[in-house]
Write a protein that binds this ligand. Structure first.
Ligand SMILES: [Zn+2]
Length: 464
């Protein structure tokens, strides 16, 4: 405690008011949180090296050996790895958070996005949820293990990613690092969490991310010799593309299910009334129930968990009012069910369109990532960590439609489970948006969540 206060004074970190009776690790984590929200770690701002320098300084002053800290550079961003050495019994566990944020323009915010503010039980600031609370939780866990002289049975490796919101190039460097390549599994703080009832704040369900859909876009292109619009021809690039687009609209990818999606849909169905709830429960029991799948296909909330979806998102054609179009193109964005190769989806679109004059090209090089099968030890540790505070809350895996570092780790062969420990109300999701916020109590619960997972899964005990 005394050393901590001295450290904070030395770092000039005593400006934030904190409750006098707060445990030392909470005071410390809150100071770190306040400092890191102050780094504008958005694309193009080049702030990740400064943030890494600050975090390194905190760890070094706390006595973490320099040999257990390393940095990785992609050219655009810097990442950091910290190792808490174990006793060599078992393969390492990776814990991950990302330091970068989606940019925020101070003039658009009610409060300065890069100053952590506490108001009426809520923290405000860019990254307050996504994902600087996770960074603070990893830092807090390392410092608590270190201060408590808790030695895990196996290495625990803590990853601070520099560019999750953009290229994930530092994530790939992390996945290839010798401390990480042999990891048995990873805990990602950047997704997974509990839902509270909007009206009563009662905890409804806790979701653990075990897979992500593959994001892929395709360009559909039709070219034509064109000509003068006063002399129309039978073939026209716009009509030809329009016909192709209607076939894309009419095409439905096959219904798919795996253990993870069935567990998720079944659990959500328990809390869902009416026709959709009924369909969820029936589909979870029997994914070949075509009527249930049909009902879910009409629900924007659930269709993505039952199949690959593709939808037209952009259109661009013609070059002059009085000219026949020489070119018409569209973009179709797909969210691909785990395990389905991108090429299979492209082939399905080509077959559905059935017109050799429409070129279908994959945009960029999307990578598919596998499903991480739920591990009983991980699910049990997550439940143990949650049930003290939220007894009986159901803990259920889910398929993410967005994207996180988890897909890079899974592609590298490291099963990854995202669990932040943070509970929030669906009406209060502000990640990437204006006035991002996190309830103060959730922040502290998130610290304990990650610490408890590290202790239970890592077998951390006081060294003698
Ligand atoms: Zn994130």
């Amino acid at each position: 405690m005394t050393r901590l206060i001295l450290t904070l004074v030395a770092l000039g970190l005593t400006s934030m008011p904190v409750a006098a009776d707060a445990p030392a690790h909470e005071t410390q984590a809150r100071e770190i949180y306040a400092r890191i929200v102050g780094f504008r770690t958005a694309e193009g701002q080049k702030q990740t090296p400064a943030m890494v320098a600050y975090l390194t300084d905190v760890l070094t002053k706390a006595g973490v050996p320099a040999a257990d800290i390393t940095t990785l550079d992609s050219g655009e961003a810097r990442a950091m790895l910290v190792r808490v050495p174990g006793q060599g019994r078992g393969r390492p566990i990776l814990f991950s958070a990302h330091m970068d944020v989606v940019d925020a323009r101070p003039e658009d915010w009610v409060r300065d996005p890069f100053t952590l503010l506490e108001e009426n039980g809520v923290f405000y600031g860019r990254g307050s949820t996504d994902n600087k609370a996770g960074v603070a939780a990893l830092m807090s866990t390392i410092l608590r293990l270190h201060d408590g002289k808790l030695q895990p049975t196996r290495d625990l490796v803590f990853a601070f990613v520099g560019d999750e919101e953009t290229g994930m190039l530092t994530t790939k460097l992390i996945a290839d690092h010798p401390w990480v390549t042999n990891a048995e599994f990873a805990i990602n703080t950047d997704a997974g969490g509990g839902l509270l009832d909007d009206a009563t704040s009662k905890p409804l369900i806790y979701l653990v991310q075990g897979a992500e859909k593959t994001y892929a876009s395709f360009e559909l292109l039709v070219t034509n010799a064109g000509g003068h619009s006063s002399r129309p021809r039978a073939d026209n690039a716009i009509y030809q593309l329009a016909r192709a687009m209607l076939k894309v609209e009419a095409y439905h990818f096959p219904v798919m299910a795996n253990d993870l999606t069935r567990a998720y849909l079944g659990a959500v169905g328990q809390a869902q009334p009416g026709e959709v709830g009924d369909a969820l429960r029936r589909f979870a029991t029997d994914p070949t129930d075509a009527a249930a799948a049909e009902t879910l296909s009409r629900s924007p909330e659930f269709v993505g968990t039952t199949r690959t979806t593709c939808v037209a998102t952009m259109l661009d054609a013609g070059h002059a009012e009085n000219a026949l179009p020489q070119k018409a193109k569209a973009v179709v964005n797909c969210r691909i069910f785990p395990g389905v190769p991108v090429e299979t989806v492209r082939d399905a679109l080509v077959t559905a369109i059935a017109d050799a004059g429409v070129q279908v090209t994959t945009i960029d090089t999307p990578e598919a990532s596998p499903v991480s099968e739920m591990r009983p030890d991980v699910m049990k540790a997550i439940m143990n960590a949650l049930h003290e505070k939220y007894p009986g809350v159901p803990v259920v895996p889910y398929l993410e439609s967005g994207g996180t570092d988890g897909k890079v780790y899974r592609t590298a062969g490291i099963p990854t489970f995202a669990s932040s420990g943070l509970f929030s109300k669906p009406a209060e999701m502000y990640a990437h948006g204006l006035n991002e916020r996190l309830p103060v109590s959730s922040f502290y619960e998130g610290l304990d969540h990650i610490f408890q997972l590290a202790v239970e899964l890592g077998g951390a005990k006081r060294a003698h």
